[in-house]
Every structure is written in C-alpha cells, then in structure tokens.
Design a protein around this ligand. Structure first.
Ligand code: PD2
Ligand code: ZN
Length: 285
C-alpha cells in the first residue's frame, strides 16, 4: 500500500495538535489506522513540529484527548478504605470536578522516614521541565529542593510504585520516577499545571517519552506545624499536609479547563517533605 501525506492528513494532524493531543496518541492512532510505522513516524516528523509552533491562542479549550482512559480509584461503592495490594488506604475526601481524591495512610511512618533519608543526600534546588526547549530550568516559583528516584530504584520505591499502580489502576511503567521535594520555612511552589503546555515548542520532544501527564499523586512525608497545604485555587480547595497522606488528581487534557491549577502554599512553620508521582498516557521509558 502506498501511503502519502495528503492535504487531509495534514489538516487532521493540525487538528490533533490544536486540540492538545500528544504526539504519542497521534502516532498510536496512525498505527491503529494501518499506517506503516516508518511512514507514520515520517509523517509526524515532517508535519507535527510545524503544528507545534502555532501561537497558544489557537489551542482549543473544549477538546478532550481521544476516548481518554485516566488513572482513577474505584470509588463506585463509596468505600471508606481501598485495597492497594499490600495496604489498605483511607478515602478521606473526593471532588468530582476537578477529579481530586484525598487519601489517608497511603504510606506508613517508617516508609515516609525511609524515603526522606534516601532522598536527603541527593537534594538540589528544584528544576522544572522547560517546555520552551524541552530542557530543565531553575524556577523562581519553586523554592523547594528536589531529587528524582529512578523507577524501581530500591525495594521500597518498587513497593510504593506497585501500591500506587494498584490504587489508581494505572501500570507502573506509565509512571515517571518518583520525585522528592523539601520545603524549608517560607518555601512554596506557586500555582501551576502539571501537564506540558501543548503550545510550547519544547513540549513535542518531552511528549515523545510517554506522552502527556494525565494524573499527579502528591504524598506527604512530613508535617509542617503551619502552612504548606496543597492548594487548588480554582476549586477553592486546600489539602493539609499530613504525614503518610496523599492527594491524587487527574486531568483529561492539557488545558486550564481541567481546573487542576494547584500549588504548594508557603510553609509558615516547620518543614515539608513530599514525594510526587506523575502518571503518563503511555509507557515512560
Ligand atoms: O508540594 C506540594 O504540595 C505540591 C504542590 C503542587 C507539589 C506539586 N505541585 C508537584 O510536585 O507538582
Ligand atoms: Zn504540581
């Protein structure tokens, strides 16, 4: 079969990009439609990057990703607790829109301490992924210190990753390596979105590895005496940082319409440690 980049295909690729679909999901769609992998890749290479240079104003708010399945907890029977395989996790509060679930006792006190102890010697001033270039940068909105564990790096990390995968029904290999952040008194993480902005030129290269982020789990490893909550300004919600607890939220498209603007409020007294797990659309190598 001869496959060529027709004007229709070009238009379709532009529509996908404008709607905020990731490169990976478009590639998957082409392959599913019978495109030979080499030709699908070359169509994306010649057409996709041009679509990524469009001004952000063209991104369409309303379009969700195609029949997107998302990480989520099974709360259909309103359970007080959920079986996460090796541990029962408390359901403390849920919000439908944006999807936010506050969880209790996801981690034991010993697990929190062990994560902090393993992370402490590797802390450096936090970087954020820079979607302008696909690289990383020092971000003045983020005054915490951080590090990443590799997925499955230790038995403890692997155990927690398996627990999370079972809890939110999302494969371990769709998760990024766990990040640990430390906030001293006064440190904060100003409100932001965790997905990668499709309008930014560097996003295309970031998405090649696992597609978009679709959900976040912030796990509290310590309890500041005051401040340090995780805030969702558009939802008027603040989650208190309680050691061992966690907040989960998901987003079905990379757009503010998801209502998932969130931040780490300034720590007023004491210090705050968190571990963050970001979940991707597809396998994150
Ligand atoms: O530490 C937090 O509460 C927090 C807030 C917002 C962490 C993140 N975002 C993150 O790691 O993305
Ligand atoms: Zn965040």
């Amino acid at each position: 079969m001869v496959q060529v980049i027709t004007p229709e295909l070009r238009r379709w690729l532009q529509e996908q990009a404008t709607a905020g679909y990731s490169r990976q999901s478009v590639l998957d769609a082409l392959l599913k439609a019978g495109w030979q992998p080499v030709l699908a890749a070359s169509a994306l290479e010649s057409e996709w990057d041009a679509t990524q240079r469009q001004p952000s104003g063209l991104v369409d708010a309303a379009s969700p990703m195609p029949s997107q399945r998302l990480p989520d907890l099974d709360l259909s029977l309103s359970p007080r607790q959920i079986d996460a395989g090796d541990r029962w996790v408390d359901v403390i509060a849920t919000l439908a829109n944006p999807r936010v679930v506050v969880l209790g006792q996801l981690l034991s006190g010993e697990e929190c301490d062990a994560l902090v102890a393993a992370a402490r010697p590797r802390m450096a001033r936090s970087l954020t992924v820079q979607t302008q270039t696909g690289g990383e940068e020092l971000n003045p909105d983020r005054t915490s210190q951080g590090m990443f564990f590799r997925r499955g790096e230790t038995e403890l990390i692997a155990r927690i990753e398996a627990r999370i995968a079972r809890l939110v029904n999302w494969p371990v290999d769709h998760g990024e390596g766990m990040q640990v952040l430390h906030y001293g008194t006064g440190a904060q993480y100003k409100p932001h979105y965790d997905y990668f902005d499709p309008a930014q030129p560097g996003t295309a290269s970031i998405l090649r590895r696992g597609g978009q982020r679709v959900a976040t789990l912030v796990m509290y490893l310590s309890e500041p005496a005051r401040g340090g909550g995780t805030t969702f300004p558009d939802a008027g919600l603040e989650v208190a940082p309680v050691r061992g607890n966690a907040v989960f939220f998901s987003y079905d498209r990379p757009h503010p319409a998801t209502g998932t603007l969130h931040g780490g409020a300034p720590v007023v007294e004491g210090e705050k440690w968190v571990a963050t797990k970001w979940l991707r659309e597809s396998v994150f190598e």
